[in-house]
Structure formats: C-alpha cells, structure tokens
Design a protein around this ligand. Sequence first.
Ligand SMILES: [Zn+2]
Length: 334
Amino acid sequence: MTQIRKTIAQGRLAAVAAVLMGLALFSLCGPIGLQAAESTAMRTVAITFDDLPHVNAADPEAPVPPTSDAVQQVNRDILAALKAHATPATGFVVEKRVEQLGPLGKDMLKDWINAGLDLGNHTYSHADSNGLDVNAIEKEIIDGERSIGSFLFAATVSKPRFLRFPYNHVGNTPEKQQAIAELAAKHGYTLAASTIDTSDYLFDRAYEKALAAEDTAKAGRIVAAYLEHTREQIAYYANLNHQVLGYEPPAIMLLHVNSLNAATLDRILILFEEAGYRFTTLETAQADPAYQQPLTVATKFGPMWGYRWARQYDVKVNGSAEKEPPEWVVQYGR
Ligand SMILES: [Zn+2]
C-alpha cells in the first residue's frame, strides 16, 4: 500500500470515527484538505438501475410496455454501453412487470445475468412502502424475488443480495424504518443506498413525449440538458458527501431502465470517466464504512444518502444549492 493510500485509508477511518463520536470535523481539516486532492484519483462509482425490465416515465403505471421489441432494445442498448465501458451494474427488478412481459421478461433478466451483472429486488409491485404496513412490505419483498431468486441461484449466487425500495422510501417513521431494516436482514438483504440522483424520470418523461411527437430537435435538446444536469449532479453530490463525511465514499448512481438512459448511457459513463471515476460493484461500494451504519433518521421522502448522513451526523448542508432540472424540460414533460 502506498503512503498516499494509507493516508486516505487512515483519513477515512478517522473521519468516520469522528462523525460517529459526534465530533466536529474541523480538527480533521488538515488531513482532509490533502485527501480531497488525492481522493479525486481514487473515486469510484457503482452504477445501479431501477425498474427492470423497463419503465416509461410518461406512463409509469402502464400495465404493458409500448412494445416488447422497444423494451428489449432499451435493455440491449444499456447492456452494450455497460460492456463497452467494462462497467459492473446492479439492476433492481420489479417482478410484476417481468410477469407482464411473459417469457420475454425472464429472457431479459437472463441477458443481465449472462452479461455478468447483478440483479436486486425492487419489490413485487413497486408500491410505496410509506403506505404499507409491515406485513404488506414483507409480502412485497418475498413476491419480488420470484424470478430473480431462481436466476441468481442458477448463476451460483444463492439469492439476490440487494433490496431497494421504490422511491427510496425506507421507513417514514422510526418504527417502520427499524421494521424495514429487520425485514431486510431476515430475508438476507442489504438495503441498497444511492448517492447521486439526476431526476432522470423527469427528463425521460419529456424525452418520451418528444419521441412520440417525432420532434427530434426537441429530443436532442432534452438529451443535451440531461447530460449537462448529470455532469453537475455528479459534482454536486461528490461535494455534498465530502462535506458531510470528510471524504468521498464510493458513489452510487441511481438510474432507471428507460429510453433516455438507453440513448445516453455511453455518454453518462464518459462523464464519470472524465471526472476521474472508476466503476465498481454495488457490493464493493457499500463495503465502505459510510454504508455500514444503520440509518437512524426516518423521513417520508427518499433523499440521497448524503442528505441522510447530514441529518444523522448533524452536519448542516445547503440543499437549496442543488440545481433542479430545467423548468422547460419539466413543463414540456407534464
Ligand atoms: Zn422504482
């Protein structure tokens, strides 16, 4: 291990220990200042996709996707971009939507496994856990692993390891948060975190509308705006996490399996590469100490982990500094 790596590793442990003990981070400014410059070369990110096999943000509740061919093409394009950048990824599956696609749904999951990617549980029906009692949440978890369980077993992984709740809702009260943590553990899951949000569904809603209107110029402007927003959000959340924890833990990118990401994933991955990131698995990312502490502050919203850590460790952050997607995109998608 080089001296620089040692310094970073020690700094990380010190930073996390300081946070846990509720100490102010000021005393660590020296080593952390150095670390910030060094850690840029050490940045890693895990790429995750929600709503496998497909979601159309313009009509997320549509029982049947537009056409099976279109859904298959979206998945193929995403897998091709991941392969081109040698990027591991975890896809979070909505079992009900797999069933709606019939045999094709399972074929698409097989494509992910055959590409060496990981699948996780995104619940059976994509219901909002804020509105469910504990028994209903448990049923969503169990029913949610029907397809992925058997696929991962065949791929020699005994069962899916990661669980991500729709909307990142992991307990709107302290009691439910505790119950959800216990349910996840009982069923052998780690709750998947996410640290970078681009509101990709808002851009996808507008993009789908432009495609439906055959307005390619508009679709092109939406893609450009989405990529610019993504570039800014990658930097914003890196700064946020650094401000809260005193170092940049491995980042976890939240994306959805939609037409917009199928069209732009190659360029999104380039954005990460240009910012000095290496791609890693979700498992490796969440092995970082930042993710080992149970969440203690309940919220009915689904904030990224940087904001959750800020509340948990009582670090003041200015969330209003985060840029929203351009208003014209949001309005057009309405
Ligand atoms: Zn989802």
